[in-house]
Design a protein around this ligand. Sequence first.
Ligand code: MD3
Ligand code: FE
Length: 211
Amino acid sequence: MLDLFDSRERVVLADQAVLMRGRALGVDEALLAAIDAIAGRAPFRRMVTPGGFEMSVAMTNCGRVGWVTDRTGYRYAPRDPATGEPWPEMPAAFAALAHDAAAEAGFADFVPDACLVNCYEPGARLSLHQDKDEQDYRHPVVSVSLGLPATFQFGGLKRSDRPLKVSLTHGDVVVWGGPSRLVFHGVLALKDGDHPLAGRRRLNLTFRKAL
Ligand code: MD3
Ligand code: FE
């Protein structure tokens, strides 16, 4: 069978950080439909940081646990604090994409238990941070970008390391592991636009093994 998506561009961003351009294009519409179904049960909401600021990015989760923040701190929680219900199950197509992309980047047996779904509208941004709320940093993080393009920033292990910029566009998948697992990273304010499948939004899936 001819695989139209097999001529994949891979960009090495840093040591064990691999950008797979267009890696999710074969399943983009299925991913967006699944995100709609998740948001129907666990609505997107702008959470509050421990410092008391409302995030500009709206978030929801699927999987065994979901990432949440409020005035008391950041954590992984088995239930949606907005509804008291467990987070929607991680769709099999999500887990398969994350697992397969991780394997292609050299991380065998990645089985995510958490998928954070980020929704950016024009102007939304994510300031430079590290992902440090997971138990074991030996597991990689896999991210999938859908909808409007964004400028992603990634620096080094110190906040003061000057970040590099890379555009993440619809269908891009990035695997962050090894020494890149703890790099500072963020997303610049989303520029307005109209994506044929996602409208005026950028959606990002972040797969992690939290527990
Ligand atoms: C590098 N999300 O949810 S995805 C996050 O586009 C987050 O919504 C961004 O950072 C977004 O925490 C970036 C790319 C990404 C995700 C996790 C990483 C890069 C990472 C973890 C470690 C190093
Ligand atoms: Fe992050």
